[in-house]
Design a protein around this ligand. Structure first.
Ligand code: FAD
Length: 321
């Protein structure tokens, strides 16, 4: 069914995001011996093609244009549709990232295909592939099969294992010229917030704080622990609403969805809307003063205690390792 699968290589600040490599692994499974084609869109991205090939893409198609320097749904959809026109894919895979979530429904509609979004697991391969995705804020899982048309899938970061990188792999790299035009928005300048360290959506370890952290300063020990572990800091909406941290850190139904190997929740009660964004984490450690807090229902390890005592103890222990 999917003899040729396109994978969008998502580039941020000149670097390919990990989910692109996970998408290649998913594409291999769906293509089941068919061809996996990496797609790179940007103003200067051809240099990244070899990395997609090293992670398993059979070849790469690039579209370079000054208007593709920053993401706009208009510009990217024109470029990606031109690739589809040339390649006639039977499958398309994007990361379920902010970009993927914005672009995929627009393209699916233009391609008259369905869309299976936020897939966390694929069972089987080729025509028999079954796509598993959480529904009802992670309370149930839906299994989806595609009967006809393009198999268009977005995959949740950190769930599908990428293939081993092999720099000796080779594959063709070709460019398509697309006259990206009539854009309704043109990005003139991007002013980034000062963020440090690991990208929250792809972090293997997340240390998240809630209203129990009590102030912006209260987040400092959490940041220290996250840095020590090579992880990222996240937050509940309670903490963001209270102005303890930026909304870009919010995890949950209306924030980011994360699936790290380790999620440390400090001073978070565990409201259903928060669980929607983190309950699929592989190991959950909850620190809360209240033994009845809902977060303990999803935690693998629970520490009933004051986070301002427990976090410094954890920092000391990890420093001593
Ligand atoms: P609280 O519920 O106030 O919990 C604070 C916790 O800290 C308590 O359990 C307390 O026991 C503990 N605590 C206090 N002091 C300490 C201490 N010193 N040491 C240890 N523990 C301590 N929420 C999200 O997080 N993400 C979302 O995406 C989201 N989307 C929403 C969408 C909608 C439509 C709605 C209605 C709500 C949404 N919410 C979301 C809000 C959600 O319902 C909760 O209000 C929010 O998650 C509560 O945040 P919290 O757990 O930090 O705060």
């Amino acid at each position: 069914m999917a003899n040729k699968v396109l994978v969008l290589g998502e580039v941020r600040e000149g670097v390919l995001r990990n989910v692109s490599f996970e998408a290649i692994a998913a594409a291999k499974q769906i293509a089941d011996g068919g061809e996996v084609v990496g797609v790179l869109l940007g103003d200067s991205v051809a240099n990244l093609a070899s990395e997609l090939i090293a992670y398993g893409a059979d070849r790469v198609v690039t579209v370079e244009h000054p208007h593709l320097k920053s993401y706009t749904s208009d510009g990217y959809s024109q470029a990606f549709l031109a690739v589809c026109e040339q390649e006639k894919p039977e499958g398309i895979i994007f990361g379920h990232t902010s970009l993927g979530k914005d672009l995929s429904p627009k393209l699916a509609s233009r391609l008259s295909s369905g869309l299976i979004s936020d897939v966390t697991e694929i069972e089987g391969s080729g025509e028999g592939a079954v796509y598993i995705r959480p529904i009802y804020s992670g309370k149930a899982f839906e299994k989806v099969k595609v009967k006809d048309g393009i198999v268009f899938v977005t995959i949740r970061p950190n769930n599908i294992k990428p293939l081993e990188k092999n720099a000796s792999r080779t594959g063709d790299v070709a460019s398509i010229s697309v006259d990206v035009q009539n854009l309704r928005t043109i990005i003139k300048d991007v002013v980034r917030k000062a963020t440090t360290g690991v990208d929250l959506s792809e972090a293997k370890i997340v240390v998240a704080g809630g209203r129990g952290v009590k102030s912006a300063e209260g987040f400092e020990p959490l940041k220290e622990l996250a840095n020590l572990l090579g992880g990222a800091v996240g937050a509940s909406r309670g903490a963001c609403d209270a102005d303890y941290c930026d909304y870009s850190l919010q995890i949950g139904q209306t924030g980011k969805v994360v699936t790290p190997d380790l999620y440390i929740a400090a001073g978070i009660s565990g409201a259903i809307q928060h669980l929607a964004g983190m309950s699929n984490s592989k190991v959950i450690v909850a620190i809360n003063k209240d033994p009845e807090a809902n977060i303990f229902k999803v935690a693998d390890y629970g520490i009933v205690g004051d986070l301002f005592e427990v976090i410094p103890m954890l920092i000391e222990e990890f420093k001593a390792l």
